[in-house]
Design a protein around this ligand. Structure first.
Ligand SMILES: Cc1cc2nc3c(=O)[nH]c(=O)nc-3n(C[C@H](O)[C@H](O)[C@H](O)COP(=O)(O)O)c2cc1C
Length: 362
């Protein structure tokens, strides 16, 4: 069963997504899957800022979902998170289909296959970016999952523009052509290639150059497919520019580091939904309500609050907020820590001059 979000939090935020969700439209802006970052708590924080951005889980291995001791830990999400996609890692079509079926039964809106992660551990398990050189196997996974799910929710692929020396236009076009024939029409392209040996995953997100034109060309070559672009995109204005070439934009690190600064204008600018976006302070208050409800269910407070470090990035008070969050673990108990955070949000952080003075003095 999905985790249930504290109902008053959901109500206050006006956070129900329409039933007839249009996943193609949702692709216009998505938040990238990021291990250790995009868990259900961070996704809930993002949802307090944007009603529309499509949220991706961290990658979950099919093995952990099907054979692991605690699959619930990986699959739990709150209804408020819709539209939300489950990212799977694996290479055994039957096991992937089993895992995808669990995701579909839990109510995820999309199953996404990770064909882009270059870590050694992932390659040793024969999944991630190394599978770019095995398009038939990827197609087999897509087909088996589609058969198992009866086509009820989309199966999408997140990949790179190439691996190692296999980075020609023909290589990516062949990959996409083969995989799409199995029933995948949405490709999220991290617009740089990956070196499978020699670079760490972090270096593989920074060193190979970004070639946005390659993702644009993919869309031109396959206009019938939904193509989303990813890599180094930092603002809604940049996203809007990319959307003149492709169907969707995926933002990762920038959204994690400064969720409000990056995403506050997204619904109006990218989804034509000019609703009043809550202020950072309102978002913080609602997120603390959520944190309190989670703590009552047994979640460690820090597991929730650690994702809010960047909430005030770029505005006075950011440093005070970060420092108070860093102290959460040192507080005698969660109730005291929450009280400190609430006092800050309703008191000091509102007092811009005080926060600014503190920031400048620090
Ligand atoms: C900490 C971290 C963890 C990541 N974990 C995943 C993952 O689980 N699955 C995946 O497909 N990509 C993962 N990525 C890659 C991101 O999804 C994204 O492709 C990459 O960060 C480039 O986008 P950006 O420049 O907007 O951050 C991760 C990236 C980071 C920084």
């Amino acid at each position: 069963m999905p985790a249930v979000l504290h109902s008053s939090v959901a109500r206050n935020a006006g956070l129900t997504y329409p039933q007839d969700m249009d996943m193609k439209r949702a692709q216009r802006l998505s938040i990238a899957p990021m291990m250790d970052c995009t868990d259900r708590h961070f996704r809930t924080l993002v949802r307090l800022i944007s009603r529309h951005a499509l949220l991706y889980t961290e990658m979950v291995t099919a093995n952990a979902l099907v054979r692991g001791r605690d699959p619930e830990r990986f699959i739990a999400y709150a209804p408020v998170e819709h539209p939300v996609a489950l990212q799977l890692g694996g290479s055994d079509p039957a096991l992937m289909a089993e895992a995808a079926a669990k995701g579909a039964a839990a109510g995820y809106d999309e199953i996404n296959l990770n064909i882009g992660c270059p870590s050694d551990r992932v390659s040793a398990g024969r999944f991630g970016a190394c599978l770019m050189s095995e398009p038939r196997l990827v197609a087999d996974m897509v087909r088996t999952i589609n058969d198992r799910l009866g086509g009820k929710i989309p199966v999408t692929v997140k990949t790179r523009i190439g691996i190692d020396h296999q980075d020609s236009v023909a290589f990516l076009d062949d990959f996409v052509g083969t995989v799409s024939a199995a029933g995948c029409d949405t490709f999220i392209i991290h617009a740089r290639k990956a070196w499978l040996s020699g670079l760490s995953p972090k270096e593989n997100r920074e060193i190979p150059p970004l070639v946005y034109e390659r993702a644009y060309k993919l869309k031109r070559d396959f206009p019938q497919f939904t193509v989303a672009i990813n890599g180094g995109i930092k603002t809604v204005a940049e996203a809007a520019q990319h959307l003149t070439h492709v169907d969707g934009v995926m933002i990762g690190r920038a959204a994690y580091e400064a969720p409000y600064a990056v995403l506050a204008t997204a619904d109006g600018a990218l989804f034509d939904d000019p609703h009043a976006v809550p202020s950072e302070i309102e978002v913080a208050q609602r997120y603390l309500d959520y944190a309190e409800a989670e703590v009552a269910k047994g979640t460690r407070l820090h597991a929730v609050t650690r994702h809010a470090t960047g909430l005030f990035t770029g505005r006075p008070g950011a440093r005070t907020w970060r420092r108070t969050l860093a102290n959460v673990c040192r507080a005698p108990d969660a109730a005291t820590a929450l009280k400190d955070l609430r006092t800050l949000v309703t008191g000091n952080i509102n007092d811009l001059s005080l926060s600014l003075r503190e920031d400048l003095a620090a």
